[in-house]
Design a protein around this ligand. Structure first.
Ligand code: AMP
Length: 396
C-alpha cells in the first residue's frame, strides 16, 4: 500500500486539496489558523523530498463567483511566514495564469490557488473543472478531511485523473487511523457521549453505534426529547416532537442490545434562554412550565463521570448544555474533565464535532484527550458507516 511517507515526491508537482477554510476578521486577518497549521507537515514532507506544492482549498461560501472577503490571497502572508518562503498565488484556480504559474514551479516552491468555490463547478463535482485542476499537477494528495464527505470536484472527482498517483496526506491518514480505533480496535467498555441541540442530527450515529458501544450517555438539548418520550415534564426545554417515537424505539433497542442508556436525572433550569436568566436545580423529569433545562445538574455529572472513568474507549460529540453561556457550562466542563481523567488512566478518547471541539479548546484540554477530529460532519458520517467520496476516490 502506497503511504504518504513512503512515496517520493522528488521532482513532482503535488496538487494538494487542503482545508484552509479558516475564520477571517473584518480586516481579513486569520483569527484561528488551526487548519492551516495542521497541513504544514504534509506540505513540508513534499518540499523536503524535492517536490513542489500546489495548494487548493475553499474558503467560506461564496454565492456567485469571486468575492473579496472569500479570497485566499488573505492567507498568502501567513503561509509565507509559516513556511519561510514566498508563496506564489494564482488569482484564478484554473485558466492560463494558473497553468503558467504551475508549469514554472520549481522544486521547493509553493503555489496557492484562488478559492475553488468561486466556480460553482466545484461543489457540483463537475468533471471538466476537475480535469482542468488535475492538469496542474503530477500527483494528487487529499488532506482535507473536513470535506471528505462531499463529492466535490477537488475532493473526489479529480482523483480519477491520477489513477497511479493519488494519496492521502498526513491529516487524512491520522484522522482515519484514530477514528478506526473506535470502530474496529475497540477496548471495552466503550462509552459514547452525545449531546448538543438536536436528536435529529445524532440519531444515525446512535443507530450505527448501537451494536458497538457498552454505554450511551445522553446530555444537551437532545436529552429532553428522550425524557419527554418517557413521560417526563420538560417545561419549555428543547423538544423535537416528531421524534418521540424514534426516541422510545432507540431506548428499547438499546435495552434489547443490553446497552446502558444513561439520561440525566437532574438539570440546571432557567426561566429564559439567557446567561442572565434566573436559574435553579430541578429533577430532569419534572421541570416546571415556563422553565427550560440548559445544563445537566451535579448528580448527573457524578453519575456520568462514574461511567466515563471506568471506560476504556470514549467517543464524545456534542456539549452537555449551553456551554457558550458561563452560567450553563459546568456540566460540559465536568464531563470534559472526566474524559481527560479517563484518558490519563489509559482510555482512548476521541472528541469530534464542532461544538465539543470548541468546548475542549475553551477548557484547554486539547492535549489531554487522545485525539480531536478536525472534521465534524465528515467524522460523523464515517462513524455512521457511510462511504465518504473523498476517501473512496483515493482507495479505489
Ligand atoms: P449540535 O450542533 O447539535 O452539537 O448542538 C450544539 C449546540 O447545542 C450548542 O450551541 C449548545 O449551546 C446547544 N445546547 C446544548 N444543550 C442545550 C440545551 N439544553 N438547550 C438548548 N441548547 C442546547
Amino acid at each position: 500500500m502506497k503511504t504518504f511517507d513512503n512515496y517520493s515526491f522528488k521532482d513532482k508537482k503535488a496538487l494538494i486539496r487542503v482545508d484552509f477554510n479558516v475564520p477571517l476578521n473584518d480586516k481579513y486577518k486569520i483569527t484561528d489558523a488551526t487548519r492551516i497549521n495542521a497541513a504544514i507537515p504534509t506540505i513540508k514532507k513534499i518540499l523536503d523530498d524535492g517536490g513542489s506544492v500546489i495548494l487548493m482549498s475553499h474558503l467560506g461560501r461564496p454565492k456567485q463567483g469571486p468575492e473579496e472577503k472569500f479570497s485566499l490571497k488573505h492567507l498568502i502572508n501567513y503561509l509565507s511566514e509559516k513556511l519561510n518562503t514566498n508563496v506564489k498565488f494564482a488569482d484564478d484556480c484554473i485558466g492560463d495564469s494558473a497553468k503558467n504559474l504551475a508549469v514554472d514551479l520549481k522544486p521547493g516552491e509553493i503555489l496557492l490557488l484562488e478559492n475553488l468555490r468561486f466556480y460553482e463547478e466545484e461543489t457540483k463535482g463537475d468533471e471538466d473543472f476537475a480535469k482542468k485542476l488535475a492538469s496542474l499537477g503530477d500527483v494528487y494528495v487529499n488532506d482535507a478531511f473536513g470535506t471528505a464527505h462531499r463529492a466535490h470536484a477537488s475532493t473526489a472527482v479529480i482523483a480519477k485523473f491520477f489513477p497511479e498517483n493519488k494519496l492521502f496526506g498526513y491529516i487524512m491518514e491520522n484522522e482515519l487511523k484514530n477514528i478506526n480505533k473506535v470502530l474496529s480496535e475497540v477496548k471495552r467498555p466503550f462509552t459514547a457521549i452525545l449531546g448538543g441541540a438536536k436528536v435529529s442530527g445524532k440519531i444515525e450515529i446512535i443507530n450505527q453505534l448501537m451494536n458497538k458501544v457498552d454505554n450511551f450517555i445522553i446530555g444537551g438539548g437532545m436529552m429532553f426529547t428522550f425524557i419527554k418520550a418517557m413521560g417526563g415534564n420538560i417545561g419549555n426545554s428543547l423538544i423535537e416532537a416528531d421524534l418521540l417515537k424514534v426516541a422510545i424505539d432507540t431506548i428499547e433497542k438499546a435495552k434489547e442490545a443490553r446497552i446502558n442508556f444513561y439520561l440525566p436525572v437532574d438539570s440546571v433550569i432557567a426561566n429564559k434562554f439567557s446567561n442572565e436568566a434566573d436559574k435553579k436545580l430541578a429533577n430532569s423529569y419534572d421541570i416546571p412550565d415556563g422553565w427550560m433545562g440548559l445544563d445537566i445538574g451535579p448528580k448527573t455529572c457524578k453519575k456520568f463521570a462514574d461511567v466515563i472513568e471506568k471506560s476504556k474507549t470514549i467517543l464524545w460529540n456534542g456539549p452537555m448544555g449551553v456551554f457558550e453561556m458561563p452560567n450553563f457550562e459546568a456540566g460540559t466542563k465536568y464531563i470534559a474533565e472526566a474524559i481527560t481523567d479517563a484518558t490519563q488512566n489509559g482510555a482512548f478518547s476521541l472528541v469530534g464535532g464542532g461544538d465539543s471541539v470548541a468546548a475542549i479548546n475553551k477548557y484547554n484540554l486539547k492535549n489531554k484527550v487522545s485525539y480531536v477530529s478536525t472534521g465534524g460532519g465528515a467524522m460523523l458520517e464515517y462513524i455512521e458507516g457511510k462511504e465518504l467520496p473523498g476517501i473512496l476516490s483515493i482507495k479505489d
